[in-house]
Design a protein around this ligand. Sequence first.
Ligand SMILES: [Zn+2]
Ligand SMILES: [Zn+2]
Ligand SMILES: [Zn+2]
Length: 245
Amino acid sequence: MIAQDGETSKKESSLLKIRRCVMNNFGDDDSGQLTEMMDLLGVISDLEAQIKQAEEKLKKCAIDNVRRLVEEGGDHSAIYWICAANGMAKVVKDEYLNTTGVNLVPKSLYAPIYCRDCGSKGEHVIKSISGLKDWFSKSVYPLFTCDDCEQKQAEARKKHSELRRSREAELANMPYREYLKTPEWKDRRVRALSFAKHRCQLCNASGVQLDVHHRTYADRGNEKMRDLIVLCHPCHSKHHDKGGY
Ligand SMILES: [Zn+2]
Ligand SMILES: [Zn+2]
Ligand SMILES: [Zn+2]
């Protein structure tokens, strides 16, 4: 307390010194507003000293409580996390380590999170002060995918790829004329034409009727662009005895 009072009066006297110096340079202000400002600065100094004092008290109180709980075999985690929320957990931890040689290991905190698909509640584990800060810096709860939804999605993906594989097998094995009527081929044909910018890829003719010719049938049903070539009728005829596909 004596130290605090000493501190306060030192601040006050330095404020008075500043005031005297300012007045000497610029003259006194009759409105009294400068005096009011000086008074307010004095109030701020007093409050700052009180905050510092309260922080010291809080630190001592926290460390006493932690020490008592550890001795009694109780859980000090709540105290640790309260201090963490006030930016003082490290101070308490360091002080405790210094005085007892024991490293505090607080229990994890659990924060609520919600599944992005079904909305079910889950838990986000906070293990450290930086984890806590990170959590509070988020403006919305982060979403996650729960195990049930994860499993459902994996099953759906598996089913989808099975369906795709069986459709590919079907496309590869159906009669060729039938294949040319499928939406898959029609889609690929349109893509090949657009890839070739609607020009014959041999003679560069445009504005003529174009065919999409298979260079290979190895990947029929799942053709790559390099498997196809866009040709005008005359060029296409050179590839086949009678034109055709
Ligand atoms: Zn879910
Ligand atoms: Zn051509
Ligand atoms: Zn052809």
